[in-house]
Every structure is written in C-alpha cells, then in structure tokens.
Design a protein around this ligand. Structure first.
Ligand SMILES: *Cc1c(COP(=O)(O)O)cnc(C)c1O
Length: 457
C-alpha cells in the first residue's frame, strides 16, 4: 500500500499486537541512577523494595538489562477489551492548519478511565493478585490513575484504597464517584488517617494537597496494612515498561504503512506515557539504527525538565519513599493554585531524566492558556475533547506543523493523545470565561525549593 492510501484510523490485527513489553533501559549506555534508601542513602535492595511493592514489579523495576518482558496472557486478554488503540491520521487538522506536515496521534482515551493509565494499572493489579495480596493503595491527582486502578482491581477482585489530592477530590466529584462505582475507597489527602497526613496538616493547615503528600499517605497505609502493597501510576521504570505497549503499537502500525516519523511529541507529567510512546523509537536511536526528534512537553507552571535540577530527590512530600535521581523542582514544590492543566508532579522519571541529560531528547514548556487554545482547536476539528494534559502535546504538535508551513517541509509528526477531558470541564469553563491565568514560577521560588533537596554524594 502506498503512503497516500493511509486510512484515517490505523488498527493492528490481533496477531500484530505486541506480546511483550520493551524495556528501554536495556539499550541505554548510561543507565538511570538507582533508587536510594532514604535512611542509608544506599541503593535500595530487592528485599527493601519488596515491603512496599509487589515482588514481580520490584524485579521489573530493578532490571536494566532484559529488553523484553512477555505480557502475561491474562493481561493481554484485558488489553483486548480496548486495545490496540487507534493511530489516527489527523487529516482534518492538517487541512485546517494548511500545513504540508503529516500529523498522527495515538489515542489512549478509548476506555472508561479515559487515559493510558489503564495499561499499567491492569499489569500492577495482576501481579498483586498473583502474589496473593488482599489489595493495593495508591494516590491520584486528577483522578485518571485512581480510576484506572479501581477498574483493574474490580476486574481482578482486589481491594483498592485511593488517596486523592484534596483539591481534585473537591473539584472533581464525578471522578471520585467513578472510582467508588468500581469499588474503591477514596480519601481526600492530606487526611487525618495517617501519621504523615496529620504531620503535613499540622505544618500547612488548609493545604489543598499535592501528589507528593498523597503518595506519602498511600505508602504509609500499604506498609502498615497486612496483605497490601503500594502501586504508582507513573514515574517508576516498571510503569514506563508497561506503557511501552503504546509505542510498540504505534511503531507496528506506522511500519505497516511504511511511515517513518520525524518528530515524536508527548506531554510529560511523571513521564510514563512519553516514556512508553517513545520506547521503541528511542531504542532504535540508542542502537544507532534511526534518528528521531523527540520532544517532551510540560506545563510552564511545573517545569521539572526545563527548569529543574538533575539531582537525587524524594519522590514524595513526606520523604518516606526512596530517593530517585531525576529532574526535580524539589519534593516540596506545589504548582500555583490557578494551575488547571494537570502534569503537576515535581519530578520526572529517572529513565527520561537520564535520556534528557544525555541529549537524546528535547523538552519544552507551555503556558496553560495556550494549551487550552490548542485543546479547543483540536476538539472542534478532530472531534475528540482532549484532556488538558494531552493538550500540551497538541499545542507543540500544532506549533511544529505551523513551522513546516513556513518552511514547506513535509515532516511527519506523531503525538500522544493520552486521554479525554470530560472530567476537566471546570478548567475548560475557566478558559471560556476568560478567567484562566498563566503562572510561571520565579527563579527565587524555585531556588527556595531547591534549597531543600537532600544532600547526596
Ligand atoms: C496522568 C496523565 C498524564 C501524565 O502522566 P505521565 O505519567 O507523564 O504520562 C497525561 N495525560 C493523561 C490523560 C493522564 O491521565
């Protein structure tokens, strides 16, 4: 089939679906730095991590050399309910922009959780079940991860306790009810239920919470309750591994039609969708087989890659989790309250951080009013109402396509459309009413936060 005959939506046949996840770290010369024990500052051992995470997931977390992990049949069966996800050629958007660029997006919003997070949620719940655990605990910010995990736990018959960032708990009651529909218990964080929650509330009365606080609470509950482990929806190596399904499908579909992307773009919160989308492409780049421009897009109000420090830091506010070497704004950093676009985590996956430090990918930041402009333009022309997070990638995809218009270059752009925005209508409302403002933290604010980075090395 010639490139001209590419259908609007490219699906893979069942026998073309990936049967293994790809572990990008196996091809990295400079491996991501190990997690450190917050007490001893020594690399976390398997035994130490086993107390927090499921055994099989710890193995995946620590494995820097195995390139492929077979996807268990039960997980593949679950994936079949909503995968392969469509790879869409954005013909209408290209026409509207009048650009010679070819734009594709991989759409991960075709499931009830409304995002890519279900790809890792089902894997993590599966391994917890295999280990004979009673349940899992986690945090959720905007609610997509909590929803995805609730769905996976309901499917496998596991208990699910979600600590939800208080501001989202209050602003997104519908998300909360979706999680409860799937049988999860949802607690606003910081709460009075945990030691770390009480401590944070004593120090910052009236705080609306942060992902870092919610993580601390969920970890505390997991380590103190028998038969429970903690699971995390982003940042960790194991999550990037599971999310490689996005990139593997994308690559298989593009290969099927002989399309080679020039630019690959993804939004970056903790880095899981981007890490998954780029995995097989970055693998080729690392092995010297092909070259791609890879762009991470983050909010200007939470700019960990573009303005953070590459240093060991706590993954949570309560400083109970292992330390990770990553681009970070400091574990105490909380984005300004007017920030509505998601992607509010203070750090970035250590795998992506290392790739960025090694100059293998680019990063850029965008302000939220520009993000919502792109979201609206996309919704009107491509029919999908995008999540604000995903719209960071849309913004930069449109900008790159407009550059092609100026230069006349026919570049092929692929971006990750990570999810839908139906539960983000309060943010859309602010944008429509002209009440959305942009906030970019000052250097002084960031310096203040960097001052609290742990002293390692
Ligand atoms: C959680 C989420 C993100 C950001 O998380 P990453 O781990 O950086 O991928 C992006 N888009 C949507 C829709 C999400 O739910």
């Amino acid at each position: 089939m010639s490139v001209k005959e590419i259908p609007y939506k490219i699906y893979l046949e069942e026998d073309e679906m990936p049967k293994a996840w790809y572990n990008l770290r196996a091809d990295m010369k400079n491996k991501p730095a190990p997690l450190l024990n917050p007490g001893t500052l020594k690399p976390m051992t398997r035994e130490e991590l086993d107390g927090v995470f499921c055994d099989e997931l710890v193995k995946q977390e620590l494995d820097d050399t195995t390139a492929y992990f077979e996807i268990p049949q039960e997980i593949r069966d679950f994936y079949k309910m909503y995968r392969p996800s469509p790879l869409v050629r954005a013909y209408c958007l290209e026409k509207k922009l009048d650009t010679p660029a070819k734009i594709y997006y991989k759409f991960e919003g075709n499931n009830t959780s409304g995002s890519h997070k279900l790809n890792s949620a089902i894997a993590q719940a599966y391994y917890a079940k295999q280990q004979g655990l009673k349940g899992v605990t986690t945090e959720t910010g905007a609610g997509q991860w909590g929803t995805a995990l609730s769905m996976a736990c309901a499917y496998l018959g596991l208990d699910c306790k979600v600590y939800m960032v208080k501001v989202s708990y209050e602003q997104k009651p519908f998300r909360r009810e979706v999680m409860r529909t799937y049988g999860a218990s949802v607690t606003p964080s910081p709460s009075m239920e945990t030691e770390v929650g009480r401590k944070i509330l004593a120090e910052h009365p009236g705080t609306t919470g942060s992902l870092g606080c919610a993580i601390s609470e969920a970890v505390e509950v997991a380590t103190k309750s028998e038969g429970y482990r903690y699971v995390l929806g982003s940042v960790l190596n194991q999550v990037l591994l599971h999310q490689s399904i996005i990139g593997l499908e994308t690559k298989a579909a593009l290969d099927k039609y002989g399309v080679k992307p020039d630019i690959i773009i993804g939004c970056a919160g903790g880095g899981s969708n981007l890490g998954g989308l780029i995995a097989p492409f970055m693998g080729e780049k690392l092995r010297g087989e092909a070259d791609y421009r890879i762009i991470a897009v983050e909010p200007a109000s939470c700019p960990s890659l573009t303005r953070g420090k590459f240093a060991y830091d706590f993954c949570d506010t309560g400083m109970v989790c292992p330390l990770a070497k990553m681009y970070t704004l400091g574990s105490g950093f909380i984005p300004a309250p007017n920030h509505a676009g998601g992607l509010r985590y203070h750090g970035m996956s250590s795998t992506l951080s290392q790739l960025y430090a090694d100059g293998l990918m680019e990063a850029t930041s965008v302000v939220q009013t520009e993000v919502f402009k792109a979201a609206e333009e996309f919704a009107r022309i491509e029919g999908i109402l995008p999540a604000p997070e995903s719209s960071h990638a849309i913004r930069v995809a449109i900008d790159e396509a407009m550059k092609c218009k100026e230069t006349g270059e026919e570049k092929t752009i692929v971006f990750g459309l990570t999810g839908t925005g139906y539960f983000d209508m309060v943010a859309y409302e602010k944008f429509h009413d002209g009440k959305m403002t942009d906030y970019i933290p000052t250097d002084e604010e960031l310096q203040k936060s960097f001052a609290n980075l742990p002293k390692v090395e």
